[in-house]
Design a protein around this ligand. Structure first.
Ligand SMILES: Cc1cc2nc3c(=O)[nH]c(=O)nc-3n(C[C@H](O)[C@H](O)[C@H](O)COP(=O)(O)OP(=O)(O)OC[C@H]3O[C@@H](n4cnc5c(N)ncnc54)[C@H](O)[C@@H]3O)c2cc1C
Length: 266
């Protein structure tokens, strides 16, 4: 038997749950499917277990993308203040750390519980531990074949996240589905990684006029370049480097550096 709904969401992470809540609030019959037994696992470990759930000043310039306009409409229609109102409506205590970063006072699990409660309140059905066998277009509907039977809906949201941390359920599912439906997929690579530099590069990197001002004022001030020692230089790539920048504050450098390098080629 085929179960028909208005919206099927694959993935019960932050994105899938928020999408399902938005659909549920519009009165759409919404079903969320996830192969994991526990929803929102990455939220649970986020922000060192306290979830840096938003930033007061988040705006389009904070996002790296091949298409910098992509995030504008989403951010205009749902602001950090909207999410903060939701957090407060659920009585979750929070604090501001630095540079507008907002964290739970207690546990990131409170954010997961809030999203589950919002889904339940809007009548969203959540099916955990479901294997997705395939997705196909059948007339005006998408048909999702699962280990629990077939579902159809005119709207399908694929919110299965990125590839990081496979042991928490991450897969390349979304990329495969995009390819199946002829959508262009950009190159994927780890974005939050330690950054390696030749000796002497770091000071000139930081003072370069192309270096984004926000990194100069924020992250750059807060990370230090450590010479690679034989102990830290475990891999051949690391052995050839002179300095290794690591830690949360330094990790976005890799993306900033790549954007500067790409724009220098244009
Ligand atoms: C250590 C760490 C700390 C972080 N800290 C923060 C922070 O403080 N603040 C912040 O904003 N962000 C933080 N992030 C990033 C944030 O956690 C993620 O960007 C966000 O949770 C991603 O949500 P998502 O819904 O896109 O994907 P995911 O959370 O990855 O959700 C995808 C869901 O899809 C399911 N799925 C995958 N493949 C399939 C499949 N084939 N079939 C069915 N289901 C599938 C998965 O089981 C999962 O439940 C952190 C990340 C990490 C790893």
């Amino acid at each position: 038997m085929i179960k028909v709904s208005d919206v099927i969401v694959i993935g019960a992470g932050a994105a899938g749950m928020m999408a399902a809540i938005a659909a549920g609030k519009r009165g759409r019959r919404t079903v969320v499917l996830d192969h994991a037994r526990t929803p929102g696992e990455k939220i649970r470990i986020s922000g060192g277990g306290r979830c840096n759930f938003t930033n007061r000043d988040a705006g389009p310039s904070n996002y790296y993308s091949a298409n910098p306009h992509f995030c504008k409409s989403a951010l205009a229609r749902y602001t950090p203040q909207d999410f903060l109102k939701l957090v407060e409506a659920h009585g979750i205590a929070w604090h501001e750390k630095t540079l507008g970063q907002l964290f739970c006072d207690g546990s990131a699990k409170e954010i997961v519980a809030m999203l589950l409660a919002e889904m339940a309140a809007t009548g969203v059905e959540l099916h955990k531990g479901v294997e997705i066998v395939g997705v196909e277009r059948v007339g005006e509907h998408y048909r999702v074949t699962t280990s629990e039977g077939n579902l159809e809906a005119p709207a399908l949201v694929v919110a299965t996240g990125g590839k990081s941390i496979p042991k928490m359920g991450a897969t390349g599912f979304a990329y495969r589905i995009a390819e199946q439906f002829g959508l262009r997929v950009t190159e994927t690579r780890p974005a939050l990684v330690p950054f390696t530099l030749e000796r002497g590069c770091f000071p000139s990197f930081r003072s370069s006029p192309d270096f984004p001002a926000r990194w100069k004022s924020a992250a750059a001030r807060r990370c230090s370049a450590k010479p690679c020692s034989s102990r830290t230089a475990a891999s051949p790539a690391r052995r050839s480097c002179r300095y290794l920048l690591s830690g949360v504050k330094a990790m976005p450098f890799e993306s900033a550096w790549r954007l500067m390098w790409m724009s220098s080629l244009r």
